[in-house]
Structures are given as C-alpha cells and as structure tokens.
Design a protein around this ligand. Structure first.
Ligand code: HPA
Length: 250
C-alpha cells in the first residue's frame, strides 16, 4: 500500500475510492487527522493531509513523528509526499512539478527523531540520498505515462516558517545550493528513513521565491493559491498514473 501525504492544495483526494477513515493512536501523540483508506484504480492507497483536513496545522506544529509512525504502523510500503514550494533556481517557474533529489534543513525546534531516548543506544541513519531512488524512478515513469512534465532533480531547502523568507535569505539559500524552498519535508523525510519507509516527494511550485521573478517585492498569497490549484491537477494525474502502473505494489 502506498501512502500519499498531501500538502497545501491537496487536503483531499476526491479521485480516491474511499473505503474507511481510521484514527490511529501513536506513542508520539495525534497524527494530523484520521487516515483515509481507499483505492485508486486497483491500488490500495492511504491518504493523510499533513496540515489536517481543514488545512489548520502550520508547518512548525505538524506532528511529523505521529504522521510517519501511523503510516508505518498500518503497513504503508512507501510515501509520496506532496509539498508546495517557492522556486529559487532561475529555470524553475510557478506551475511546474519537481522531483527533488536533495535536501538542506534549516528547521529548528521540531521533534525530528525517533531515536531520542536515553535508554537505547545512539543511532545514526544514513541520509546521503534523502529520497528513495526506486520510488523516484516510478514517479518518473508515472509522469511519462500520464504525459506530464516532471522536472527531475532539485535541492529542496526546508525553512521553519510559517512566515515566508526575506530576499536576502533566499540569496543565502541559493549560495548554499538550494533550488526550491518549502517548510514541510523536514523532518518528514528523515523520520521516514528512520522507519525504513521509502519516501519521495513531488514539489509543486506555487511562486517564485522572495526577491525572484514576479516575487521581486512581495509574494501574493492569493496568486499562490490560484497557481497551486492549477498545478495540483497535474500532481493528481501523476499519482493516479502511479497507482495505475502496477496496482500500487511497491
Ligand atoms: N517559501 C517557503 N515555503 C513555501 C514557499 C516559499 O516561497 N512557497 C510555498 N511554500
């Protein structure tokens, strides 16, 4: 079973043939909401919107540990994380969907590990390649089959939010090597790795990052919402194509 972690613009998945919703209790508290179980084509899918079904949980308050633990607990074999992002790299523009391959983490104060007990040995996970290559390959194939453009390869910078960045911060992120900026893939990606849960992301560009392109002097949140609405249609098509690939087996 594949899990879809929805982001801004993807708080529901109407195409999912919904069978049941289930509240999962976790040792880490409440996930962002009940898990939605259903099928896309013949593929079993579980859906969870990380900001909650009403889009009320801001990035820094998401219980990432509970969300990932719940998905692992119910037997998800992989996670597709959908996340809105701002574009830093000059050839990336609002409306595009990107398959990131690297992460820079600027978040702080989030519960970012399951290995934080003093009663267990210190554990370090390998995180050289933060996204699962097999899932990334399947997403590329799904995009091709759906006739959708998926930009392959980008470095995602995760900021703390919920405010957007200053233009100077975006310049710094670019100097650091970031192509995209968002607020939610960390610690989500590393928690998935700690649980040995294959994890890949679809980053949906909702705006030029602060100080870039048409965001030179400000970012209009109403424009962001409109762009996201259109681009998310491509993400839905891509996920449906992924599900059609091989009955969702992973
Ligand atoms: N910055 C951070 N997160 C975001 C942005 C941005 O410009 N757009 C969508 N999520």
């Amino acid at each position: 079973m594949l899990a879809i972690l929805g982001g801004s613009g993807l708080t529901s998945f109407a195409e999912l043939k919904l069978e049941r919703r289930e509240v999962i209790r976790t040792p880490y508290g409440e996930p962002s909401g009940p898990l939605s179980f259903g099928h896309l084509h013949d593929a079993p899918i579980v859906f969870l919107p990380r900001h909650g079904y009403g889009h009320t949980i801001p990035p820094h308050n998401i219980n990432y540990r509970a969300n990932l633990w719940a998905l692992s607990h119910i037997g998800a074999k992989g996670v597709i994380a959908v996340a809105a992002v701002g574009a830093i790299r000059a050839d990336l523009h609002p409306g595009a969907v990107v398959l990131p391959d690297q992460i820079l983490d600027y978040t702080w104060g989030r519960n970012s590990s399951y290995f934080d007990s003093t009663e267990t040995p210190v554990t370090h996970i390998d995180f050289t390649l933060p996204f699962d290559e097999a899932l990334r390959t399947r997403l590329r194939a799904a995009a091709k089959a759906a006739g959708k453009t998926l930009v392959d390869g980008a470095c995602y910078a995760c900021t703390q939010g919920p405010r957007l960045e200053t233009a100077a911060e975006i310049n710094r992120l670019e100097r650091d090597g970031a192509d995209l900026v968002g607020m939610t893939l960390m610690p989500e990606a590393s928690l998935a790795r700690e649980l040995e849960l294959p994890y890949a992301a679809l980053a949906v560009i909702s705006n030029h990052a602060a100080g870039r392109g048409d965001s030179r002097t400000r970012i209009s949140m109403s424009d962001v919402g409109r762009t996201l609405e259109t681009a998310i249609a491509d993400v839905r098509a891509l996920i449906i194509s992924l599900a059609a690939q091989n009955g969702g087996a992973s």
